[in-house]
Design a protein around this ligand. Structure first.
Ligand SMILES: NC(=O)c1ccc[n+]([C@@H]2O[C@H](COP(=O)([O-])OP(=O)(O)OC[C@H]3O[C@@H](n4cnc5c(N)ncnc54)[C@H](O)[C@@H]3O)[C@@H](O)[C@H]2O)c1
Length: 306
């Protein structure tokens, strides 16, 4: 299979490329390196430095004749989306429609799209199921949700198959500290440099932390499983509090972690966990990495870079 991975030089993209190579797929990466790193793309993988909004994208599709696209390239930062909604819309919505048009014109069969728990916004009941109401509280959540709707319509009108994967907070090796879900990369870097961790609120707020290798495996299942057009949460379905997270990281680092409690940040949600039942049942995927093992890998990776 000839697969295009957009954003393949990024954090999650690099795990996806690794997984596809293990499964002996032919992989091409398109990335403009706005946050991605060229060195994250394994040697031997064809790399094209290009913006997904570029008019030349169609030429690449025409030449390469992809069977499927795993689309991860995005503006990923909620605060950026709030300060520059036009930029967020340009990359996340118009850039994606540019890709969908290239798919339609060159006979690509399937698109796997990286969406986010941010499409749900604040929800009272956890774990959140895919049918829950969507009330994004940022332009980032809104642009991702809009793409989901475009994918549904491309499927209805042009028969382009799609799988939307809504990720919980992803962590793992090679994560930058700017994007979504960066609390683990921020904490591991600070612990490594013996800095004090800032905890907003009392630390009892919870998140659902999913390892990037498990997310990559979900992308592969979404690519390979037939008749699964639709939306799937990719998560551990488990709530972990920030205080619990700090305790585990302290055990891994082998020392007491210094932390300070700060006022709650406006807009932060208190509890978060996504149901992963649909992905288990329909995609045959399951989350495999234990948090303690995934955190140990992430911490080792940070130390390597010292
Ligand atoms: N990290 C998380 O916890 C999380 C959670 C939910 C969803 N996601 C989604 O997963 C995807 C990957 O996120 P990530 O955390 O790996 O972020 P990342 O910033 O590491 O990766 C994004 C990649 O896209 C590239 N890119 C950005 N704009 C581009 C453009 N206009 N043209 C071409 N390439 C472009 C960047 O250079 C980068 O390599 C994104 O779509 C993000 O919204 C991430």
């Amino acid at each position: 299979m000839n697969i295009l991975v957009t954003g393949g030089a990024g954090f999650i993209g690099s795990h996806v490329v690794e997984k596809l190579l293990m499964e002996e797929c032919h992989v091409v990466v398109i990335d403009n390196l706005s946050t991605g790193i060229r060195g994250h793309v394994p040697a031997g993988v064809k790399f094209i430095q290009m913006d997904i909004c570029s008019e030349e994208l169609l030429d690449v599709f025409t030449k390469e004749r992809f069977d499927a696209v795993i689309h991860l390239a995005a503006q990923t930062m909620v605060p950026v989306s709030l300060n520059k909604p036009d930029y967020d819309c340009q990359v996340n919505l118009l850039g994606t429609v540019n890709i969908l048009e290239a798919c339609r014109k060159t006979g690509v069969k399937r698109v796997v799209f990286s969406s986010t728990a941010a499409v749900y916004g604040d929800v009272d009941n956890v774990p959140i199921v895919e049918s829950a109401a969507t009330r994004p509280t940022s332009f980032y959540g809104l642009s991702k949700f809009s793409v989901e709707k475009y994918l549904q319509m491309y499927q209805q009108i042009f028969g382009l198959e799609y799988v939307v994967l809504r990720y919980a907070n992803v962590y793992g090796e090679r994560q930058g500290d700017g994007g979504e879900g960066g609390v683990i990369s921020i904490f591991t870097r600070k612990i490594n440099q013996n800095e004090v961790l800032s905890v907003y609120g009392n630390g009892d707020q919870s998140r659902d932390f999913i390892y990037a290798g498990d997310v990559a495996a979900a992308n592969y299942r979404a690519l390979m499983t037939s008749h699964v057009n639709g939306i799937y949460n990719i998560s551990t379905q488990t709530e972990v509090s920030v205080n619990q997270l700090i305790k585990i990281l302290g055990q891994i680092a082998g020392r007491e972690v210094q932390k300070q409690y700060c006022p709650v940040r406006q807009g932060d949600i208190y509890r978060s966990a996504l149901s992963n039942q649909a992905a288990r049942e329909k995609l045959g995927w399951q989350c495999e990495m234990l948090l303690v093992d995934g955190l140990a890998r992430t911490y080792r990776d940070i130390r390597k870079g010292v």
